[in-house]
Design a protein around this ligand. Structure first.
Ligand SMILES: [Cu+2]
Length: 172
């Protein structure tokens, strides 16, 4: 009789304890789910891109790409920001770069930096009006050395508006 009472008591204690613990566990799991969903909601979509900047021409009218050599590593994801700070039109042309990378998208920005267009598909050539920026998002795919970059506006290449692009490293 005593043992039965004792075991009943034990069962009651354990049952109550389990209920409380269960509540705590559920509360913990729910708050964890909430926290992770909040953390994800704050993150922008897609992988994190490494930003590289290049200017086509200069404010004082030089026919140059700055910098005139760009290096990209395979296995990374890039956001190449091409800006035209000059007062004339310039091209950013590289047939080789276009075939050596996988383009995710190209964003076109106005002079205030606001995105006004998003382009999907492979890009070979772009002409930038004064004050405009373009962000080219891509994954380097094929290795390359001294890939040609130039501006094909009449006379600009002859004036030194040329550059090179290297794609290095291995795909993991
Ligand atoms: Cu040019």
């Amino acid at each position: 009789m005593l043992t039965r009472q004792f075991s009943n008591m034990l069962f009651f204690i354990f049952h109550n304890f389990a209920k409380k613990t269960m509540k705590k566990v559920i509360l913990f799991v729910v708050s964890l789910m909430l926290a992770t969903s909040l953390a994800y909601a704050k993150k922008p979509h897609g992988p994190k891109a490494i930003e590289v900047k290049v200017s086509v021409g200069t404010q004082d009218g030089k026919m140059q790409f700055i910098p005139n050599n760009l290096t990209f590593k395979r296995g990374n994801y890039y956001k190449l920001v091409i800006t035209n700070p000059s007062s004339v039109d310039h091209y950013f042309t590289s047939d080789a770069l276009a075939t050596h990378v996988f383009t995710r998208k190209v964003e076109v920005m106005d002079s205030k930096g606001e995105t006004i267009a998003e382009i999907h598909g492979s890009i070979h050539d772009m002409e930038l009006k004064p004050g405009v920026s373009v962000a080219w998002y891509f994954f380097p795919m094929t290795k390359g050395k001294n890939l040609k970059l130039y501006c094909h506006k009449k006379g600009h290449e002859a004036h030194g508006m040329v550059g090179t692009i290297d794609i290095v490293g291995s795909l993991k």
